[in-house]
Design a protein around this ligand. Structure first.
Ligand code: SAH
Ligand code: SF4
Ligand code: F3S
Length: 493
């Protein structure tokens, strides 16, 4: 899903919104009570993963989920603050609930996630319709907060935690195709990129107990899942040191902690060893923290997908410094060289920001030339959007004109389109192992799945089914999709 979104620059959130609206699944849970909750999610994969945790917490209190807003007793919107546009989308959506609330005045409406954390109780004043405001670390308190609203109060919990990772909660898989699932491995972010709200909305970085991650992956595999995506704002800085707590660097650990420690490369290796038939993906990697040890582990296991999302934001070192990204243009290029050396077939994608504070025309050209150097398979591309209370908002002027931002973004998008097309063309004529995820949207006689490189492939169904690994010879491409046919002699893993 993320890859489909990525092909649409600024519309990313919109595509996700469409994907989720009206498709929250009704769960087959034991009815302890009989209240129904409707959850809608916006923003990044972490939010979608959190909604599954919320569904799990509420199911224990007798809530069933429903995909029908009208029949819901409780409506939650899991929100995103990353750009102003993301917040506007949520506000519009909240207003559209007015009709449903009028028809059913006892309906409880709650706001979860990053916007809840950013605006806190101000949300209750700004959007009168809202009864509950809950930040990303306070979901265990949800049953209690709903009770408070039942008693006629408004309820807010936006306390951020130093330990919470929801490690013991097994998520209720909403919207699942039964083949791929998200597993959160870290929460929060300590990087403090100057443009970004995430450190404020999600709090400090914490790594989850690896045993619980491995158990979750094993369970999923046992239930028939064939792909897990390990999630975090910066997965490369994953480091378990024996207990839940704030992020530490390896060098600062005690001898005892070092003995119990596990880094991202080691965790990845253990997940990959669960079964060669379980594909492993991960997101997001940070250029300053992606290690050679990790890249070597990736190369060693066929079932670790050969795809890295490695956002660079800007191709200019002065901009990168101003963004507090912790690397230079040259460092980033060095990481790309290493990836290509160790895994020549690895697909790479990026996030790019156009028109950050004081970006000159030459600096923008550096972004385009870095794109030429890497030739990304695809990118998520954005205009800089100033966010309240970030370092950039406090220290720098948002002084690139709207017209320049739009033009620079259009240039970036046009170049990416060429590169994506070139990348797709290079797949034609070759055979790839495809994990089948669903029946194609266009025809029920066709199946759709992805290559290890994360490119969508559509091919005639024949006798194959969702969850199969199929060797597919690619013979054409349209837009972001490859078209092919299953090879007759199957060499299934
Ligand atoms: N943790 C990930 C990205 C999280 S946010 C990482 O560091 O790579 C996803 C993307 O949104 C960022 O990579 C960035 O490109 C974009 N983004 C974040 N804040 C933004 C802002 N204020 N304006 C425009 N784009 C922004
Ligand atoms: Fe934001 Fe930077 Fe953290 Fe990514 S690494 S979430 S861009 S602060
Ligand atoms: Fe948005 Fe929060 Fe994710 S701001 S991008 S939902 S971490």
């Amino acid at each position: 899903m993320l890859s489909e979104v990525g092909k649409d620059m600024e519309t990313g959130n919109k595509v996700i919104d469409e994907a989720i609206q009206g498709s929250a699944t009704t769960l087959d849970l034991k009815e302890v009570g009989n209240r129904k909750v409707y959850i809608e999610s916006y923003g990044c994969a972490m939010n979608f993963s959190d909604s599954e945790i919320v569904a799990s917490i509420l199911s224990k209190e007798g809530f069933n989920t429903t995909n029908n807003l009208e029949e819901a007793d409780v409506v939650f919107v899991n929100t995103c603050s990353i750009r102003e546009k993301a917040e506007q989308t949520v506000r519009q959506r909240l207003r559209s609930f007015q009709k449903a609330k009028k028809a059913k005045p006892e309906m409880v409406i709650g706001v979860l996630g990053c916007m809840a954390e950013r605006l806190k109780s101000k949300f209750l004043e700004e959007e009168r319709l809202v009864d509950i405001v809950v930040g990303p670390d306070a979901y265990r308190d949800l049953p209690n907060l709903v009770k408070q609203v039942d008693e006629g109060k408004k309820a807010v919990n936006v306390i951020l935690s130093k330990e919470e990772t929801y490690a013991d909660i097994s998520p209720v898989r909403l919207l699942s195709n039964g083949v791929s699932a998200f597993i959160s491995i870290t929460r929060g972010c300590d990087n403090m990129c100057t443009f970004c709200v995430v450190p404020f909305t999600r709090g400090r970085e914490r790594s989850r107990n690896p045993e619980t991650i491995l158990n979750e992956a094993r369970e999923l595999f046992g239930q028939g899942y064939r792909e897990v995506t390990l999630l975090g704002q910066n997965v490369d800085s994953y480091l378990w040191y024996g207990k839940e707590g704030l992020k530490k660097d390896y060098e600062t650990l005690s001898e005892e902690e070092k003995k119990q420690s596990m880094n991202f490369a080691q965790l990845m290796e253990q997940v990959a060893q669960i079964s060669p038939k379980l594909r492993v993906r991960f997101s997001t990697s940070h250029p300053k923290d992606i290690t050679d040890e990790f890249l070597d582990t990736m190369a060693k296991y066929d079932n670790i997908c050969k795809y890295i999302h490695l956002p660079f934001q800007s191709g200019n070192t002065r901009m990168l410094e101003k963004m507090n990204r912790g690397y230079t243009r040259e460092w980033y290029m060095g990481r790309i060289d290493k990836i290509k050396e160790v895994m020549p077939d690895c697909a790479i994608s990026a996030d790019i920001i156009a028109g950050f504070c004081s970006e000159t025309e030459e600096e923008h050209q550096d972004t385009l030339s870095l794109m030429e150097y890497v030739k990304y398979d695809f990118s998520y591309m954005f205009k800089y959007s100033e966010r309240p209370n970030t370092q950039a908002e406090k220290k720098y002027k948002d002084d690139v004109s709207e017209a320049d931002k739009s033009r620079r973004l259009a240039e970036i998008v046009a170049l990416q389109r060429d590169h994506s097309y070139e990348a797709n063309k290079a797949y034609v004529g070759r055979t790839y192992e495809v994990l089948v995820e669903k029946v194609s949207k266009k025809s029920d006689q066709e199946l759709a799945g992805r290559t290890s490189q994360n490119t969508v492939v559509v091919f005639p169904k024949e006798n194959y089914k969702v969850g199969d690994y199929v060797q597919v010879k690619v013979d054409n491409c349209t837009g972001g999709t490859l078209l092919g046919k299953a090879k007759e002699s199957q060499e299934s893993r």
